[in-house]
Write a protein that binds this ligand. Sequence first.
Ligand code: BTN
Length: 244
Amino acid sequence: LGHAIHFFDEVDSTQRIAARLAYEGAPEGTLVVAEEQKAGRGRLDRKWFSPKGTGIWMSLILRPAISPQRAPQLTLLAAVAVSQAIQEVTGLVPDIKWPNDILLDGRKCVGILTELQADPDRVHSVIIGIGINVNQTIEQFPEDIRAIATSLAIEKGRPVKRAPLIQEILFRLERLYEQYLAHGFRPIKLLWEGYAVSIGKPVTARTLNGVIHGIARGITDDGLLILEDEQKNIHYIHSADIQF
Ligand code: BTN
């Protein structure tokens, strides 16, 4: 992975560029990296703050032969790869909040956004977007996210080099992806659960269909969140915003 790297000083969003390259037939493993994004995108139609030179803003094209229902598994796989890489390079131990926020000390330092080009029965490409706050100081975050965001440098107490971290992420992604293609999601799920913070805890899930309070019981083999509500009904959550 990452044998073809497209590097940009400034883009609107690496997701958009990677999606266009994928549509034009770019091979699996193609990576788009930018110094700065003017219109970085987050999950649930949010903006992703991506200032110049302080973070890692990148999107990777994968072309797994899987059905679209299995795509969430790749988001979780990416979260494990990034967590492993952060741990390896910085010594910091991250937590994963379902599905794919990576937290340090309870604050978000990584967001992952997975987008698909697919038919109902077949995936053409998966674009995995990874945004990592690496060297921001707390003052450099917009005021409205200062209380919930952090960067690797803030947590580590000194600047962190970006290139070795990107390399380590690609290395980990490639290993996990090969394992996934050969043995399925099961081994990845176990690793993911090792980093997960929300499991066994009371959480509030804001979904498109409403708000559910309950206990996070785990994830399914497809990567959906299993939530048990106060009436002991089980909900399988595809997409939601989770609060503790
Ligand atoms: C989230 O937590 O909401 C996901 C954030 C994903 C941000 C990354 S940065 C690189 C890629 N390009 C984008 O526009 N978004 C993703």
